[in-house]
Design a protein around this ligand. Structure first.
Ligand code: SF4
Length: 158
């Protein structure tokens, strides 16, 4: 059961952790500030699924994160490896932790095949985007945890 008093779940790369596929971070000042204040819980679903750093970048083919959870779409790396199982495992693990910690909402990195909220890459590895969410965003929504992109953080701190 989630309670409104838990920390915000945040994409670890937004909090400054170097967990992206290429070993970089995607630091966001507001998210890092929340984490420093103990108001945010940084997690990386890709690492929780057992994927290494660095790793080949992955995109969802045949749908979005909802479709992946339903078994109708796959997560495929640029090298052609099917990493669907790792993405599902990591998303479910991170969502379970978020629920256990009472996270009321998650602030996630847009466009990621795990963390994307409204937009993800289209599965062709050509830089094109499509509407849809990542696998973690879908898993969180299914547990009743709201997901937002980084723009919403300022409102929380105001
Ligand atoms: S899975 Fe989420 S937290 Fe991890 S690197 Fe990708 S966007 Fe960042």
């Amino acid at each position: 059961m989630s309670s409104p008093d838990g920390p915000l779940l945040v994409s670890a790369c937004l909090a400054g952790f170097r967990c992206r596929y290429d070993g970089s971070a995607k630091p966001n000042r507001d998210v890092a500030g929340l984490a420093a204040e103990g108001l945010a819980l940084p997690l990386c679903a890709e690492l929780m699924g057992g994927l290494p750093i660095p790793r080949s970048p992955a995109e969802i083919v045949g749908g979005d994160g909802e479709d992946v959870l339903d078994g109708h779409a796959h997560v495929i790396t640029r090298d052609g490896e099917d990493v669907t199982d790792a993405f599902v495992r990591g998303a479910n693990a991170a969502a379970a932790v978020a629920a256990q910690m009472g996270c009321p909402a998650a602030v996630l990195q847009e466009r990621s095949p795990a963390c994307g909220v409204r937009t993800i890459y289209d599965g062709t590895h050509t830089g094109k985007l499509k509407q849809g969410c990542g696998v973690l965003a879908a898993a969180l929504r299914r547990r009743g945890i709201a997901v937002v992109a980084t723009e919403a953080v300022r409102e929380r701190r105001a």
